[in-house]
Design a binder for this molecule. Structure first.
Ligand code: B3K
Ligand code: ZN
Length: 844
């Protein structure tokens, strides 16, 4: 497959004044009639008329009313057209039922729905399917369905038909259509200028009871975007539809967001606190896209982070405002490290603004999304909050209605602040996670911090230049008082020193507060200093970070040395847990240990070949030591964390449950599952029920609970996803592959459903000791299923192939076994472009 290059961008040859689409719905033979008014683009360099189209049966086409026979070519069609505005009409036939890739128009549970981003619209009709072609759409739907929806405002409807009108010019990737037997939760929102907007959350009959939380999250998001960004909603109606078969979380189609059921349906009995939090964030994210993505869209897919990085940053701000900012930041950074750092340090590393791609769907990555968000966060830190607000005002003013570029974005910051961001632009073009090594000096009352930055080579990019890094630093005195409040040090050189005068004694530095830049900080430090920061740092992020590095040092010692001193860690954790002034959610996070994958990468970076079993055992050893050390504390603290009020999915209650469950993880190692069983039996919400089930599985006492759980939730797909994933996630390393294999043979393993596939194989990816079992069976099973899934749903297969992205970290035997499996998948006849690109990059 041929790559597409950013450098080859040319403006579209024709622009569109308006689009009318008629759909005659039929499961296997839907007719789509398009009427498109084209105008030659004055800025174009070519006059060639090309429309994208894939898997379409062309019935007829005409130009200005005269029938024509277009030339059908690979990926679309060509035709001779006038050098003046003209009307294009075409009729095509498609089969939604045959569409298992879930891209374009497809059926899910008897209901029609669409997914067009990035290039799905070309599977619906012939069209210039590129984001810089924007047009208003009018849609008519004919069919037997009870509910028939599209973008924009409703115009009229009758028995068997409905018409929709979206006045805001949009690219085709934001088109949506939904039709089926649906029921709505209705609500409304009055905007800041007093306009009343209808809100509808559409679900299958039976799911109405799971819509209250999502609706509230939507209203909160609408309010927040007005208050914080001054952005008002711009149609008479905003709709969300929940569908079971969906490749990702959700999609921001103009006025008609389509959601994976897992990203919108919630109830205390069926959803965990983590589910509620994720749902709130995704609803906000998709809603925020209305301005950052839809009103201002991307010129081309190389600009993807323009909308995704910014919208992730906005949803992170929103969650921080709705919940605990500190806890959200810690979770966001953990996710960044877990997914983006992993990507950035392996064969799939790529720029936030890539130069080329083969399949754009492979670039909806943690780098485009989460690292992209970190770049915006850094810009805000560098220019300051007020200047950020002004820059955003200018961005909306200057680019509303446009398909913009990342360069436009950075320029807005330069123009509104007068700052030169030339060097900062490197963050968009240089892949890889910078390492920042710190050393300190204390001479004659002057304290000096010296930083050295370097970024390791990434595929296709050997040489790296210094980045512009905002380092938020504070200093603590020996008694724990802050002697220097947070200050932003701007690092621009490869090596740079900063001095602090007037200190009475050598301070302890707190560096990279609030995780002010997406870098790996390298600082040799003693356990005592880390414990000191855990006890005294005023920056909650760095306070947590101190605990995390302390734990990491202990785990690395457990893995690589005969003997590991645990006392400093155990005592520091005990002090932290006892500190009632700390938010339980914060304490729960600090009680957690770095993941097995994180440890594998840390060892690899230090030149040690990671052994997945040793990593697993070290974690178990440390949990056991913590349990024994803290056993007197557990009953009292667990009692304090009991929530006696009725369930609320808010941060306060969730924090208590998180800490309670974190402590039960320890107790479980002492009582062999007894407390977990009691909790399971009396749990009245999914957070506690699922937590208890996990601990029972861990204690190898889960059989009864598993059957009961299944009986109780058999008819609830989303809960059954949990039933599947828990078993794989909590399987002992030697059992994980067998458990996975057995689950794939379960009658409820509906593998064509992305949620179900991910429930099983995503869980195997997060059980590294199981996946990397020395037999190599995990690799083989995984590869078997990639081969099976690829022809059905290439997007998901390609995405899941990242299970193999870390293969070079491991010992020669494992490397050879993984490589053999990657090659086997790659050798599969007819392998999708999606998987070819991913596995090809992973291998090289
Ligand atoms: N923009 C969509 C993702 C589309 C993925 C296409 N493979 C959801 C989001 O980021 O909000
Ligand atoms: Zn998005």
């Amino acid at each position: 497959p041929q790559p597409i290059y950013l450098a080859d961008y040319t403006p579209p040859a024709y622009l569109i004044d308006g689009v009318e689409l008629d759909f005659q719905l039929h499961p296997t033979a839907t007719r789509v009639i398009s009427r498109i008014r084209f105008t030659p683009n004055a800025a174009a360099t070519s006059k060639d008329f090309f429309l994208h189209g894939e898997g379409l049966t062309l019935i007829r086409a005409s130009v200005d009313g005269r029938d024509i026979t277009p030339e059908l070519v690979d990926g679309g069609l060509k035709a001779d057209v006038p050098d003046a505005p003209f009307l294009w009409e075409a009729e095509v036939e498609i089969s939604p039922e045959a569409n298992t890739a879930l891209e374009g128009l497809y059926m899910s549970n008897g209901m029609y729905c669409t997914q067009c981003e990035a290039e799905g619209f070309r599977r619906i009709t012939y069209y210039p399917d590129r984001p810089d072609v924007m047009a208003p759409f009018k849609v008519r739907i004919d069919g037997d369905e009870l509910v028939m929806l599209s973008n924009g405002n409703p115009v009229a409807s009758g028995d068997g038909w409905a018409e929709w009108d979206d006045p805001w010019p949009k690219p085709a990737y934001l088109f949506a259509l939904v039709a089926g037997n649906l029921v709505a939760r209705d609500d409304s929102f009055t905007t800041m200028s007093g306009k009343e907007v209808d809100l509808k959350l559409w679900v299958r009959p039976g799911d109405e009871g799971k819509t209250a939380f999502g609706m509230q999250a939507l209203k909160d998001s609408m309010k927040w975007d007005e208050e914080v960004y001054g952005r008002e909603y711009d149609l008479d109606i905003f709709q969300i539809v929940a569908v079971s078969d969906f490749n990702m979380g959700a999609m921001e189609n103009k006025g008609l967001n389509i959601f994976n059921t897992s990203a919108v349906l919630a109830s205390p009995e069926t959803s965990t606190d983590a589910n509620f939090e994720r749902i709130e964030a995704i609803i906000a994210h998709e809603y925020f896209h209305n301005w950052t993505g839809n009103r201002i869209t991307c010129r081309d897919w190389f600009q993807l982070s323009l909308k995704e990085g910014l919208t992730v940053f906005r949803d992170q701000q929103f969650s921080g405002d709705m919940r605990s900012e500190a806890v959200c930041r810690i979770n966001d950074v953990s996710a960044l490290r877990g997914r983006q750092f992993r990507e950035d340090n392996g064969p799939l590393a790529h720029q936030v603004q890539p130069d080329s791609f083969v399949e754009i769907n492979n670039f909806y990555t943690a780098t485009i999304y989460e690292k992209g968000a970190e770049l915006i966060r850094m810009m805000k830190v560098l220019v300051g909050d007020d200047a950020y607000d002004k820059a955003l005002e200018l961005y909306f003013e200057r680019h509303d209605g446009e398909a913009a570029t990342i360069e436009d974005w950075v320029k807005v910051f330069e123009d509104s602040t007068g700052r030169d961001l030339t060097q900062f632009r490197r963050w968009y073009k240089q892949a890889g996670t910078p390492r920042v090594a710190v050393s300190e000096d204390w001479t004659d009352g002057t304290y000096t911090l010296t930083f050295k930055q370097s970024t390791p080579p990434t595929p296709g990019q050997d040489e790296k230049l210094p980045q512009h890094i905002p380092l938020a630093v504070g200093l603590l005195g020996p008694n724990g008082d802050e002697v220097q409040p947070t200050q932003i040090l701007e690092m621009t050189e490869a090596e740079q020193s900063f001095t602090f005068e007037g200190l009475a004694a050598k301070p302890v530095p707190s560096i990279l507060r609030h995780f002010s830049a997406p870098v790996i900080l390298e600082r040799d430090s003693t356990a005592q200093e880390r414990a000191f920061l855990l006890a005294h740092d005023t920056d909650p992020f760095n306070k947590w970070e101190a605990g995390r590095t302390l734990a990491k040092d202990v785990l690395v010692a457990l893995i690589t040395e005969e003997d590991a001193p645990l006392d400093d860690y155990l005592n520091a954790i005990a002090v932290m847990l006892r500190d009632d002034s700390l938010d339980p959610a914060f304490r729960a996070l600090t009680l957690g240990l770095p993941s097995q994958d994180d440890l594998a990468q840390t060892l690899f970076d230090a030149g040690v070949t990671p052994d997945p079993m040793k990593i697993y055992r070290a974690q178990q050893t440390l949990w056991q030591a913590m349990a024994e050390h803290l056993q007197d504390l557990l009953p009292r603290l667990m009692a304090e964390m009991e929530v006696t009020e009725p369930f609320q999915p808010n941060a306060e209650q969730a924090g208590k449950r998180a800490l309670g469950l974190g402590l039960m993880n320890l107790l479980n190692r002492l009582d062999g599952g007894a407390a977990a069983q009691t909790l399971y039996d009396r749990a009245d919400n999914m957070t506690l029920r699922l937590g208890a089930l996990g601990y029972l599985l861990q204690a190898q006492k889960g059989d009864t609970a598993l059957s009961a759980f299944r009986r109780q939730f058999e008819d609830d797909e989303l809960v059954m996803d949990k039933w599947f994933s828990m078993q794989v996630y909590h399987a002992a390393p030697e059992d994980a592959v067998d458990v996975t294999d057995k689950l794939t043979k379960d009658t409820a393993f509906n593998w064509k459903n992305p949620n179900r596939f991910r429930a099983v194989f995503g869980a195997l990816m997060t059980n590294p000791a199981g996946f990397h079992n020395a037999s190599g069976d995990g690799y083989k099973l995984f590869a078997d299923w990639l081969i099976k899934l690829d022809p059905v749903n290439p997007q998901i297969a390609a995405r899941m192939s990242s299970a193999f992205e870390t293969w070079r970290r491991y010992d020669v035997d494992r490397q050879a076994m993984m490589k053999a499996q990657i090659e086997r998948v790659l050798a599969t006849e007819g392998l999708s472009r999606d998987s070819q690109e991913m596995l090809g990059r992973i291998l090289n």
